[in-house]
Ligand binder design. Structure first.
Ligand code: JE8
Length: 281
C-alpha cells in the first residue's frame, strides 16, 4: 500500500529522506508500522505543503471570506500539492487514490473504515491546520477521486496530523502479514469479523507472576477449563462494556444473536438489566 501525507509539519511524522520516505524515527517508523514499511508492505511519503506555495514567504493561509476568527488554508496551494502527489502515483492506470481529510466535521472514523482502507492501494492524507482547508479543495478533488472527510472523535485537535497517525496505525495493523497473528484481530473490541467478543469491549488481561502486590490472578484463568475461561472472559467483557459503553450493550441487545440468556443474567446481576425498554432501535 502507498500512503502519501501532505502537511505543513512534515517533521511531526519523523525524519524523511529527499524523496519524502520516512526514516526509522517518528510514529510511522516504529513497531508494527515501521516493520511493515521496512518490508515494503507500505510505502510512506511525507510532503511539505509549503513546497507548493508561490510567494517568497511560502504562504499557505489567508483570511476567511465572510469574516470570523483565524485563517483558512488556500485551495490553490493544496490543489498543486494534490496534483503533484497524484501525478507521482505508484502504478499509472491503477484505481485512483482515495483522499482522506481529517476534520472535526467529518464522518466518524471506525474499525469498519479502517478495514475498508486496508483494502485500498493508495491513500492520500491532507492535514489541515488553522480553521481548516478552503472547501473548494475537497469539491475539486471529488471530481477526480473518492474523498472521505473523517473525524477520529468528539474533541478538538489543533490540526489533522495526530488524526492521520491514529488512522494510519489502525489501517496498517490490518494489512496482511503486519500483525503476524491473524487470531489477534478477531477478539479486538469492535472486531467486525464476528469473533466471540464482537461488539464488546476487551476484558482484563494478566501475566506472571500469579501474585503481585497481593493482587491475585483470577483462579479460573489457571484452571485449564477452557469453556469456563471463555465464559468468564465474556462475563468480564459484558460488565466492562455495560459500565463504560452502555450504547454498545443496547446495540447488541437490538441484534438477534447479540445477547444470550446467560449474557442477560450477567448484565442483570451487574445492575444493567436489558429489556425492551432500553434496547436501541
Ligand atoms: C483540525 C480534528 C479530526 C478531531 C482535524 C483537522 C484542521 C474548524 N476548527 C478547526 C476550529 C478549531 C480548530 C480546528 C483545528 N483543525 C482539527 C481536526 C479532528 N479528524 N476529531 N478533532 N479535531 C483540523 C484544523
Amino acid at each position: 500500500m502507498r500512503i502519501d501525507i501532505v502537511t505543513i509539519f512534515p517533521g511531526y511524522f519523523g525524519v524523511a529522506d529527499a524523496g519524502g520516505r520516512v526514516a526509522e524515527s517518528g510514529p510511522l517508523g516504529v513497531s508494527l508500522i515501521g516493520k511493515a514499511a521496512g518490508r515494503g508492505d507500505v510505502d510512506f511519503r511525507v510532503h511539505d505543503l509549503r513546497s507548493w506555495a508561490s510567494d517568497v514567504h511560502h504562504t499557505v493561509d489567508d483570511t476567511p471570506f465572510g469574516g470570523g476568527p483565524g485563517m483558512v488554508m488556500k485551495a490553490d496551494v493544496w490543489g498543486k500539492a494534490l496534483d503533484h502527489v497524484l501525478a507521482a502515483a505508484p502504478v499509472p492506470g491503477a484505481a485512483p487514490a482515495r483522499l482522506v481529510v481529517p476534520t472535526p466535521s467529518g464522518r466518524p472514523f471506525t474499525q469498519e473504515t479502517a478495514a475498508s482502507y486496508a483494502g485500498e492501494g493508495h491513500l492520500v492524507f491532507a492535514c489541515g491546520r488553522y480553521e481548516g482547508i478552503d472547501s473548494r479543495l475537497v469539491a475539486d478533488a471529488r471530481t477526480r477521486m473518492p474523498v472521505d472527510e473523517v473525524s477520529i472523535g468528539d474533541y478538538v485537535l489543533a490540526g489533522g496530523e495526530a488524526a492521520v497517525v491514529v488512522i494510519v496505525e489502525a489501517v496498517c495493523r490490518l494489512l496482511p502479514g503486519v500483525l503476524g497473528n491473524e487470531q489477534s484481530h478477531s477478539d479486538d473490541s469492535f472486531g467486525g469479523t464476528g469473533g466471540a467478543m464482537s461488539g464488546l469491549l476487551e476484558g482484563p488481561v494478566y501475566t506472571r507472576p500469579r501474585t503481585w502486590r497481593e493482587h491475585e490472578v483470577p483462579d479460573v484463568l489457571l484452571s485449564g477449563n477452557h469453556r469456563a475461561i471463555a465464559r468468564w472472559q465474556r462475563d468480564e467483557a459484558l460488565r466492562r462494556t455495560a459500565v463504560n459503553r452502555p450504547d454498545l450493550i443496547r446495540r447488541l441487545a437490538a441484534t438477534p444473536e447479540g445477547l444470550g440468556k446467560r449474557d442477560r443474567q450477567v448484565l442483570a446481576d451487574a445492575g444493567f438489566p436489558v429489556d425492551a425498554e432500553n434496547v436501541a432501535h
